[in-house]
Write a protein that binds this ligand. Structure first.
Ligand SMILES: Nc1ncnc2c1ncn2[C@@H]1O[C@H](COP(=O)(O)OP(=O)(O)OP(=O)(O)O)[C@@H](O)[C@H]1O
Ligand SMILES: [Mg+2]
Length: 249
């Protein structure tokens, strides 16, 4: 069953008397318990697409349908981790992390207790009472990610959530996300540059063309769940990786 439908979205920016078409008639769908990724070249409109789904920007054409209702231009419905750092410099790391829970009405003490369970997995132990300015880029990204995934959202929109992490931490966070997703079965739309990440995590992958972004191809990832890292050594994984790489070049 489809939960989110992106229907023929087009978007042109007008900057310094020039038109920049970011998206051209993009359509995609996400199922109720599906993990879907989008891969595309830099600047092809991926973040624009996520901003439009999150309601932060409006499309020139097309609609966003959530459970068959138009939600175009509506904010606050989904969990959204934008590509840029959105931590508040005046709040401690812990108080940044609990922001989503607080917005959902969870009392501060309870929200802090809840968040503290995850600090170790997220490599933030010892930094929870510090301010974001004293954290590395990778730590800030993990705090942003934790803030997005802590509250239970009906849909998660993640814009390159692990882009600033080293390979080992990135793999750790991917496994954490996979486990969490397998537990909660919340639909996810993930934007990534990392082909292995998309193949490891997703049920389906949409490939975007260079700007103006349009959907070039949809790839179904056939691995059973629960998954483990072994799939990366399979012939199917290699073949899909080759196909995706070819489409990106
Ligand atoms: N607010 C804006 N005003 C004008 N142009 C914009 C604006 N936001 C994005 N663009 C342009 O739209 C195009 C798509 O940008 P977007 O950030 O969506 O790409 P992206 O696929 O997320 O790139 P990356 O992979 O580098 O994150 C780019 O050419 C960008 O310069
Ligand atoms: Mg982007």
């Amino acid at each position: 069953m489809t939960i989110l439908r992106v229907n023929q979205i087009s978007k042109t920016y007008r900057a310094q008397q020039k038109n920049i078409q970011a998206l051209n008639a993009v359509s995609l769908s996400i199922g109720k318990k599906e993990f879907v990724s989008v891969i595309g070249p830099s600047g092809c409109g991926k973040s624009t697409l996520l901003n439009i789904i999150a309601g932060i920007e409006r499309p020139d054409q097309g609609d966003i349908l959530y459970m068959d209702q138009s939600v175009t231009g509506k904010t606050g419905l989904f969990g959204y981790m934008p590509q840029n750092d959105v931590l508040m410099p005046w709040r401690t790391v812990l108080d940044n992390v609990i922001l989503g829970l607080e917005l959902k009405g969870v009392p501060k003490g309870e929200a802090r207790q809840n968040a503290e369970h995850y600090l170790e997995s997220f490599g933030l132990i010892g930094f929870q009472h510090k301010y974001p300015g004293s954290l590395s880029g990778g730590m800030r990204q993990r705090a942003n990610f934790l803030r997005t995934v802590l509250p239970e959202h009906p849909l998660l929109l993640l814009d390159e959530p692990f882009g600033k992490l080293d390979a080992i931490t990135r793999r750790h966070m991917q496994k954490w996300l996979m486990k969490r997703w397998e537990e909660l079965q919340v639909p996810v739309l993930l934007i990534t540059h990392d082909i292995d990440e998309a193949l490891f995590l997703s049920d389906r992958i949409y490939m975007m063309s260079s700007r103006p972004g349009s959907i070039k191809k949809m790839i179904t990832v056939p691995f059973d769940r629960p998954r483990n890292s072994e799939i990366e050594y399979s012939l199917t994984f290699m073949e899909l990786k080759r196909e995706i790489t070819g489409l990106l070049l």
